[in-house]
Structures are given as C-alpha cells and as structure tokens.
Design a protein around this ligand. Sequence first.
Ligand code: C2E
Ligand code: MG
Ligand code: MG
Ligand code: MG
Length: 280
Amino acid sequence: RSKRRGRGQITVYSHEIAQEMKRATQLEQALRNAIIADEIDVHFQPIVDLCTDSVVGFEALARWCDADLGYVSPALFVPLAEERGFIDPLSEMLLHKAAQAALCWPKELFLSFNLSSAQLTDPTTSGRLLAIINQVGLDPRRLELEITETAVMADADVAQKIVTDLRAAGVRVSLDDFGTGQSSLGRLRDFSFDKVKIDRAFVSRIAADRASEHIVRAIVSMCEGLELEVVAEGIEDFAEAVKLKALGCGMGQGYFYGKPADAVATMRYLAGRHRANALL
Ligand code: C2E
Ligand code: MG
Ligand code: MG
Ligand code: MG
C-alpha cells in the first residue's frame, strides 16, 4: 500500500516538474517573441547627489509587459534569458535603447546599466558593448556598468579582463547589491571598481535598526578610504534620506527620489526639475 502511495507521489511530483518546465518554456517563447517584436522597454530611475538633491544620473531597468502574461519582472526574465542562452541579444538591444535615451539628457548625467553574470564570462563582451555606445554616439565616460559580486565570482579572471578593458575606454564600473551575496572585502581590494551600491536590505532598515546603521557607516567609511563612490539603493522616505546623508553617503536612489519611468516621462522629470531649480 505504501509502495502504491509512494509511486503516486512520484507521479504527482514529476507532473509538477513537467508543468514547471512547460511554464518556463512558454515564458521563454513569449520572451523571444517580445524581443523580436521589440516589446521590451527600458525605464530609468534617477540617482541623486544626497548633499545637493540634484540628479546625477539614471539607472536603466528592463521592462516587459506581455499582452497575455501581464507584467513580468526583470528579476525573472533576465535570468531566464541567461539560462536559455540569449542574454547577449537582449542586453545589447537594451543598451542600444538606453544609450539613445541618454543622448537627450544633459551631458553631465550618466547612464548606469546592469550587466548579467553570463556576460561577464565572455571576454568579447567589452568590445561589443563599446561598439554599441560608439554607434549610438554616447561618450563612454557617461556610461556606468553595474555588476554583482556573484557575477564576478563565476569567472574572476575573465570578469577582471572585461572590467579592465571597459575602464580603459573610460566606462565606470560599480558593484551592485553590495552587502548581500558572497561579499568578500578582498574583492574590493583586488578588483577595480569606481563605485559601490549599498543594497536596499540595509537602507530599508536604517531608521529602525542600529545594526543596519552601523553596517552602512562602516561601508561608507571603507569606501572613503578606498576612494570609491557610494550609492544607497532603495531610499523610500525622507527619514532614510536624512540618515544616509548624516552617515556621509554621497548618492542615493529610490522611490523617494523617483520611481523608474519610461524615456518620455524621464525627459519630463528632468524638465520639471530644471524649472524647479530656476524658481529657487
Ligand atoms: P537592481 O539592479 O539592484 O535594481 C534595483 C531594483 O530595485 C529595481 O527593481 C528597482 O525598480 C528597485 N527599486 C528602486 N528603488 C526602490 C525602492 O525605493 N523600493 C523598492 N522596493 N524597490 C526599489 P527591478 O526593476 O524590478 O529590477 C530587478 C533586478 O533585475 C535589478 O536589480 C537587476 O538585477 C535586474 N535587471 C533589471 N534590468 C536589467 C537589465 O537591463 N539587465 C540585467 N542584466 N539585469 C537587469
Ligand atoms: Mg542595478
Ligand atoms: Mg541593486
Ligand atoms: Mg538587486
């Protein structure tokens, strides 16, 4: 009897796996179609100087809203594209769009663009990314690339070479989601970054939790010594902004300053800030 039940469970289990695989394959097909139909968009979230409250750049974030599936998070479809081997065409299309949008912004604003792990294991990545911004006409000194520690770890030598090539061309590199994942302080010493982005996990608890405050203080102080710029991610209210400023954090990003918005809304946002400044 128990044997029968056991077998039954296996059937249910494999049925669930089959369903899961089917869903992933449907999502993959929908994503491939969306790429071909040019339905993946890029939104932009402002990054501000915490001292002056002025916008210094924008992070590009991929957006996909499918007619049947609805909104699909990039945290879901970016890893899927990596897994199924088409992250390069997707990422390159996104960089092309993002760079084109950035051309319309004031020249002093930078564009920050996320790279995925798979892109950091291929030494030809740097050349292809530089070719895209060159073709669009965006100054490489206005481009910043965000990479995570996990991505660097996959193949540290290749990642190092890609970063070195990009930085030689004037592109800046930031370490995203710092403090989560397999953080190793040695990586900050051995790897050449320009900037560290403190993960939202610390920022969201900074007003309530002394431990998070101490951690952020330590990261800021360490970055000062290493001559790295610091951005706090996920600032959602005034209290967090005040606290981070007091801790000496140079830059911030989050819903408090602006949610990710499409290219047109971003231009409106910049125009609005420009008018507001003129009134002061
Ligand atoms: P990330 O690079 O760490 O991006 C920050 C995420 O935090 C974004 O989520 C952003 O919308 C969200 N966020 C910003 N401010 C706040 C806030 O105040 N509160 C809260 N709760 N969230 C905030 P999003 O857009 O869903 O992107 C998720 C992740 O997907 C990104 O994390 C990044 O790892 C990845 N991603 C997005 N676009 C791309 C892309 O074009 N290429 C690659 N490789 N990855 C991308
Ligand atoms: Mg990022
Ligand atoms: Mg992040
Ligand atoms: Mg993240």
